[in-house]
Design a protein. Structure first.
Length: 141
């Protein structure tokens, strides 16, 4: 991975941005639809964790449990859970009420780490109410 600048942002031409999220979760779908990346960051590829993909296979091989949180790839490095949410927030714009709120909530890695378990519990509860199964990407077949 190339060295990052002091801002923590790399040249967009050298960075791969992929977000693997739960496509069956209405909150997750809405979040990725409303999240806006800064132009200099580049294009964010959205990948449904419930669908077979190269990214899902890579995360599974790394032992990353997608039921415990979404995953964000920046360049060659993967971030998971609260760290992914924090990094994604820093890459986002500050335009619009939603993005400003996300920045206020998740710009601090410590604050994000404290809030993330509550967000995950809400997601899991909603999926139970909707009778949606787990992603189970680490389940051995």
């Amino acid at each position: 991975m190339q060295a990052e600048s002091g801002s923590g942002i790399q040249d967009s031409s050298s960075r791969r941005l992929r977000l693997v999220y739960d496509g069956e979760c209405p909150i997750c779908r809405r979040y990725v639809r409303w999240q806006r990346m800064r132009k200099e960051v580049g294009e964010l590829e959205l990948i449904d964790a419930r669908q077979d993909s190269e990214a899902r296979q890579e995360l599974t091989a790394m032992g990353i449990d997608l039921d415990q949180g979404f995953a964000l790839q920046i360049g060659e490095r993967w971030y998971h859970g609260s760290e992914a949410l924090h990094r994604l927030t820093l890459l986002g714009t500050r335009s619009g009420m939603f993005n400003r709120l996300m920045y206020r909530l998740f710009a601090s890695p410590e604050h994000t780490a404290r809030l993330y378990p509550l967000l995950r519990a809400c997601r899991n509860g909603l999926l139970k109410v909707l009778r949606k199964g787990r992603i189970d990407n680490l389940k051995r077949k």
